[in-house]
Design a binder for this molecule. Structure first.
Ligand code: COS
Length: 389
């Protein structure tokens, strides 16, 4: 298998060093486990200590708290490299960083950063994010998980769904409302340990793809949280969720780029080996057309992803760019993985080759952290707003 660079621009020496380190780790430690992770729905816990020591689990954490403080562009490079080897491993790292560590560092107090971000960066704890509910996905403001104030802090009751890392996580960023009639203005964010009385985890979901990334529901039965669990201002939780998802969407876009690149690399290698009508199939025009269209999509997806991440690094508004990157990269990943499987022909349809895994893994990138339909809404709404001047 070849490991190619594709189109990049403006990467500095640090970015390239991080890419090379992530690529070496992905190739030597993650890729050999990818088939087992998928086939056995295996959570690769043994990768966590080394990923922590390489700074992968503290990518969003300041160096003063033991993190590696990567730029968003560097973070996207890291996620792409992991995803090219194993999509499950990449989303374990991405959900931990983008959805749990980021909001703690961005919106939390210094005490919350010390209590939660430090162990999340060191690998002592794994993070998750609880926004969706059984009846609330795209319409996130309609959530019903309820919190009430008490003398000591808060009490929470309700259900959360589709929690990536849920079965294994130790720390959760939770969204709950104290007034469903107030819409998004009733929502507050909290950060808490998942090892509290009253929290139960559902059985791990049996998914189409990313099978080593564990997902479950969470049930909160009269869970008591201390007053210090409130993350950001009361009533501003929806803004915490949206601000967090902007960054998360660049991470999923990078994951999609990695899955697409992995699919392309395998199909490219196969097309050079496989013979039909007297020559390697890559010599046939139909296959060349596929390869050209695949690499175009991979590189265009990476450029959109890095452009959104670059805007975040500059401190600029980037919600439209993040949505554009996720929308394009996720649909490109499914398209590229589908064409890669086609290049393999019958061999693509069986589990002896990774082509069908790439296709199963790619599909979720069109769904989680905001469906393609929601991304189109965000892109069009921000475009219309910006055009008003
Ligand atoms: N970035 C920053 N802020 C955002 C934002 C974004 N992308 N989208 C909305 N907001 C803010 C708005 O600025 C507004 O805040 P203020 O009143 O303080 O200005 C607030 O959020 C409400 O905005 P709006 O009225 O547009 O919210 P809606 O309820 O109409 O919802 C969508 C907007 C549909 C875009 C939102 O619910 C969404 O992203 N849904 C998908 C949720 C998702 O990704 N779920 C996956 C969970 S993780 S697997």
């Amino acid at each position: 298998m070849t490991w190619q660079d594709g189109t990049n621009f403006g990467l500095n020496d640090d970015d390239i060093a991080i890419r090379d380190m992530a690529r070496a780790f992905a190739r030597e430690k993650v890729y050999p486990l990818a088939e087992k992770i998928d086939a056995e729905h295996y959570f690769p816990r043994e990768l966590l200590p080394e990923m922590a020591s390489l700074g992968f689990l503290g990518a969003m954490v300041p160096e003063s708290l033991g993190g590696s403080e990567l730029s968003q562009v560097q973070y996207c490079i890291l996620i792409e490299e992991l995803a090219a080897a194993c999509a499950s491993t990449s989303i374990i790292v991405s959900a931990h960083n983008s959805l749990c560590v980021f909001p703690i560092v961005e919106y939390g107090t210094q005490a919350q950063r010390e209590e939660f971000a430090k162990p999340l960066a060191s690998g002592e704890a794994l993070g998750c994010f609880a926004l969706s509910e059984p009846g609330t996905g795209s319409d996130a403001a309609a959530l019903t998980c309820k919190y009430e104030r008490t003398d000591k802090g808060f009490v929470v009751r309700g259900a959360k769904n589709w929690i990536t890392n849920g079965p294994e996580a130790d720390v959760c960023v939770l969204f709950a409302t104290n007034d469903t009639s107030s819409g998004y203005k009733g929502v507050s964010a909290f950060v808490h340990s998942l090892h509290l009385d009253g929290i139960s985890r559902g059985r791990p979901e049996n998914k189409l793809g990313i099978c080593g990334s564990p997902t479950c529901a969470l049930q909160y039965d009269e869970v008591e949280l201390p007053a210090t669990a409130l993350l950001g201002e009361e009533g501003r939780g929806f803004n915490v969720a949206m601000g967090t998802l902007n960054g998360g969407r660049t991470g999923v876009a990078a994951q999609a780029v990695g899955i697409a690149r992995g699919a392309l690399e395998h199909a490219l290698a196969y097309s050079k080996e496989r013979k039909a009508f007297g020559s390697a199939i890559c010599d046939h025009q139909s296959i060349k057309n596929y390869l050209a269209d695949m690499v175009n999509r991979v590189d265009a997806a990476r450029l959109l992803t890095h452009s959104a991440a670059f805007k975040k690094d500059q401190g600029l508004r980037y919600s439209r760019e993040a949505a554009m990157a996720k929308l394009f990269a996720s649909e490109a990943a499914t398209w590229v993985a589908n064409k890669a499987l086609q290049i393999y022909g019958g061999y693509g349809y069986v589990k002896d080759y990774p082509a069908e895994r790439h296709l199963r893994d790619a599909k979720i990138t069109e769904i989680y952290e905001g469906t393609s339909e929601i991304q189109r809404l965000v892109v069009a709404d921000t475009l219309l707003k910006e055009s008003e001047g």
